[in-house]
Design a protein around this ligand. Structure first.
Ligand SMILES: [Zn+2]
Length: 176
């Protein structure tokens, strides 16, 4: 009986994220946005990301640190995945979803796919580098052994405005 209860619990855990209300989702995207603001303050392109498990527990949070670290791979999503793997003690994040303020680039979409994450919630789209449908859809490509669900347009305007504000500031500083 105890075993059965355990299985039932696990099953409920597995589907609980599907019941999230719009408000729940916005709460996590707001957390990702707060991370993007930290990147802005530190002079990096404002992109933030949060990884959440199916129960709604926040596993990791990160922001883009490419300039700060002087490292090509210091994107918000990569840092958040590294932290989540460390915390979970597993390279598989199949019971997790990601909230990210900007559509992932090829490197990050690749890492999300490799981590076998279940779903990615995206704020703004990225017509120049986005790999969740804009340039290509790496997350849902026939032939790979895994596909990642995508939900676009969560807090899109806010996530996009912080980026244009950042680039406007950079232009002003450089007198362009
Ligand atoms: Zn990236």
């Amino acid at each position: 009986m105890a075993l059965f209860d355990g299985l039932k619990e696990n099953h409920e855990d597995y589907t609980s994220y599907l019941d999230w209300t719009e408000e729940d989702k916005l709460k996590y995207m707001e957390m990702a946005y707060k991370e993007a603001e930290r990147a802005f303050e530190e002079g990096d392109v404002p992109i933030g990301c949060v990884i959440v498990d199916f129960d709604g527990k926040v596993i990791s949070k990160a922001y883009n640190r490419r300039n700060r670290d002087g490292n090509t791979t210091s994107h918000a999503e990569i840092i958040a995945i590294q932290q989540a793997c460390k915390k979970m003690g597993d390279w598989r994040l199949e019971d997790c979803v990601m909230f990210v303020t900007l559509e992932p680039c090829p490197m990050c979409a690749g890492a999300i796919l490799q981590a076998r994450m279940k779903k990615v919630f995206i704020g703004a789209m990225n017509s120049k580098a986005g790999c969740a449908g804009s340039v290509i859809n790496l997350l849902q490509t026939a032939g790979f052994n895994h596909a990642v669900e995508i939900e676009k347009g969560l807090m899109q305007e806010k996530c996009s405005t912080i980026l244009s504000d950042f680039f406007e500031e950079v232009r002003k500083e450089n007198n362009i």
